[in-house]
Design a binder for this molecule. Structure first.
Ligand SMILES: [Zn+2]
Length: 148
């Protein structure tokens, strides 16, 4: 992607992340990885944040289709990283998805996958049988013996 596309790509994520007006440490960490993942240069993230803070950034798909889908995945991941998806964030994600022809069903798939990844990263997983917190790699629940 071209330099200005990278800034736009990041601004899309920042916009989704800030729609709930909260930034948590997990989001910041995730942003770092996303910057590395797309080869952003030092300062690109700052430019993206400034664009969003200036209030004139609209979610804009950039790059190839695979970049656009990845951008959507990153936006979703960032949005659910605090465990919730408020309407303000959902709106941005749905309209971005529509623009790149990713349907609601596919978005839900990405959402579920993101939630699963976030739980794994936090070292949290809940037993589907008893609801207790269990280590993320468990095959069987240490409390009730249920399959996880
Ligand atoms: Zn259990």
């Amino acid at each position: 992607m071209a330099d200005e596309d990278i800034v736009t790509y990041l601004a899309n994520i920042v916009l989704a992340s800030r729609a709930d007006r909260k930034v948590n440490p997990l989001e910041e960490k995730a942003m770092e990885y996303m910057c590395q993942g797309i080869g952003a240069r030092h300062g690109d993230l700052d430019k993206a944040i400034k664009a969003v803070e200036a209030g004139n950034h609209k979610p804009t798909p950039v790059g190839r289709f695979s970049d656009k889908v990845r951008n959507l995945e990153d936006m979703i991941y960032i949005s659910v990283s605090d465990g919730q998806l408020p309407a303000s964030q959902k709106k941005i994600i749905l309209s971005f998805g529509k623009e790149i022809n990713v349907n609601q069903e596919q978005i839900n798939g990405i959402l579920d996958e993101s939630k699963r990844r976030i739980k794994l990263q936090r070292g949290e997983m809940m037993c589907v049988s008893c609801g207790k917190k269990i280590p993320p790699t468990s095959k069987y629940c240490p409390f009730c013996g249920g399959r996880c």
